[in-house]
Design a protein around this ligand. Sequence first.
Ligand SMILES: Nc1ncnc2c1ncn2[C@@H]1O[C@H](COP(=O)(O)OP(=O)(O)OP(=O)(O)O)[C@@H](O)[C@H]1O
Ligand SMILES: O=P(O)(O)OC[C@H]1O[C@H](OP(=O)(O)OP(=O)(O)O)[C@H](O)[C@@H]1O
Length: 220
Amino acid sequence: MTDSLIFAVPKGRILDEALPLMARAGLTPEAEFHDKSSRKLQFGTNVPGVSLIRVRAFDAATFVAHGAADFGIVGSDVVDEFGYSALYAPVDLKIGACRLSVAEPQELAATDDPRGWSHVRVATKYPQTTSRHFAARGVQAECVKLNGAMELAPALGLTSRIVDLVSSGNTLKANGLVEVEVISEVTSRLIVARPAFKRKGAVMADWIARFREAADATSE
Ligand SMILES: Nc1ncnc2c1ncn2[C@@H]1O[C@H](COP(=O)(O)OP(=O)(O)OP(=O)(O)O)[C@@H](O)[C@H]1O
Ligand SMILES: O=P(O)(O)OC[C@H]1O[C@H](OP(=O)(O)OP(=O)(O)O)[C@H](O)[C@@H]1O
């Protein structure tokens, strides 16, 4: 008999890379998942008893951490920010590569030395990770929480610096900002709810193995 399982995927930019990886792991959503006009949020898959929910990246972690979904995909940025002990992130899927960095206006960076900071005020979607990072080197961080478009904050006088995800660097460049410090390298992870792992150990172990193989095959 197949256990009933719910898989949480983020609807943002990871999805394009996640879907082929999921397919290699043997999990394909029903056709309606791709229908942009559909208002459904939970979808069937090719595997009987396994359904998909499509939610925001941070919410995927929340659903899994509370056992409302059994497993899912999120960036390591999200795993680190939540720091949920209930989340188990056993597989680096090697997709969604980017980094979490501190950035500031080009003019400020010309004379600034991050090693001399004792206090910083930053706009970020990642206040926990940011505070932890700066506290570890004795810098007090005052975080202003934003949910997007952090790059606007310095030009509009909200904060002089930001902490945000960077990959090509195009967004920073287009807004006159430069990266001055990398906090962490980010890739997407398979996440599993520890309670689900305890209750549905055999079937979860099988999915973890399938995703590990799919990730290894992708990176070869
Ligand atoms: N520039 C990028 N390059 C590669 N991966 C990224 C990049 N930006 C974000 N990611 C990864 O994709 C994940 C989702 O990012 P995205 O901004 O698409 O979130 P989202 O689901 O739209 O979230 P929300 O709707 O809550 O803003 C991030 O947590 C990160 O792991
Ligand atoms: O270095 P780049 O390649 O320019 O990528 C960086 C951008 O990507 C992410 O935003 P996203 O486009 O996902 O939109 P968001 O601001 O809505 O999160 C991130 O927040 C940066 O703004």
